[in-house]
Design a protein around this ligand. Structure first.
Ligand SMILES: Nc1ncnc2c1ncn2[C@@H]1O[C@H](COP(=O)(O)OP(=O)(O)OP(=O)(O)O)[C@@H](O)[C@H]1O
Ligand SMILES: [Mg+2]
Length: 229
């Protein structure tokens, strides 16, 4: 079976100015292909460029140099509307700081990316509840964010990222604040979603998660190396 390339990044660079004269190379000549149904784990010390790489690959931020093809289109040439559509339709995000909508219940938060509804509301509700149950959130469907623990809220945010079946999921420390058991629950679900075709790239410090990776990439001062798995 030949796998489709979802993202192809070439010669990516991102520099920041620090103070008057210092230049930080947050990304330095990154070349990377991400295939459908592939899970990449991205490791590196704090400040090595992991979050920057996720932001640039997902069109949240512009690279200073280089090109990023997303399903064949160079997103560094996209205008704001095209970038918004890309993020809305093709990309799911799971961030360190997840933000749920306070006045919506868990299940409504999960459904929110689908509004205005593209599928009948009963089908959407069943989908959302199925996702919440797979994340061990049985009986939390109708709770509001303030009635849930941090880890529970994070799992709701993950369900919200999965509901639209994106082509790619970008996850920045998705298991960062969770106990090890919940972390593995999330990784198993991500792996299942991945095997159904979604490409997933996860920035993490947790070496325990290596077993889930199809590929491992390490960043050091913005430079990448690939590690055999
Ligand atoms: N907006 C910004 N302005 C200036 N420098 C920045 C900015 N964002 C990031 N940097 C710098 O770019 C480098 C890479 O930062 P990045 O956030 O990508 O690291 P990281 O690998 O995600 O670290 P962590 O593990 O702590 O989350 C760091 O030196 C950081 O200080
Ligand atoms: Mg980071």
């Amino acid at each position: 079976m030949s796998m489709e390339v979802i993202i192809e990044a070439k010669n990516l660079g991102k520099t920041y100015k620090r103070g008057r004269s210092e230049v930080v190379h947050a990304l330095d000549d990154i070349n990377l292909k991400l295939y459908e149904a592939e899970m990449i784990l991205l490791y590196g010390p704090s400040g090595s460029g992991k979050s920057t790489l996720l932001n640039v690959l997902s069109g949240l931020d512009n690279p200073t140099t280089g090109t990023i093809k997303f399903s064949g289109d160079d997103i560094t040439e996209f205008n704001q509307k095209q970038l918004t559509d890309l993020r809305r339709n093709d990309v799911g995000f799971v961030f360190q700081a997840w933000e749920l909508i306070d006045n919506l219940t868990a299940v409504e938060n999960v459904e929110a990316p689908m509004y205005p509804e593209s599928v009948p509301s009963n089908v959407l509700r069943t989908d959302a509840i199925t996702l919440l149950r797979r994340l061990d959130l049985l009986d939390r469907e109708y709770h509001y964010p303030k009635e849930m623990s941090g880890g529970e809220q994070q799992r709701v945010a993950l369900a919200r990222a999965l509901i639209k079946r994106p082509k790619v999921i970008f996850a920045d420390e998705p298991t960062g604040n969770l106990d090890s058991e919940t972390g593995h629950l999330i990784m198993r679900l991500l792996k299942t979603v991945c095997r159904q075709g979604t490409a997933i790239i996860i920035a993490t410090h947790d070496e325990e998660l290596r077993e889930y990776a199809d590929r491992i990439i390490r960043l050091h001062d913005g430079k990448m190396t690939e590690e055999r798995v």
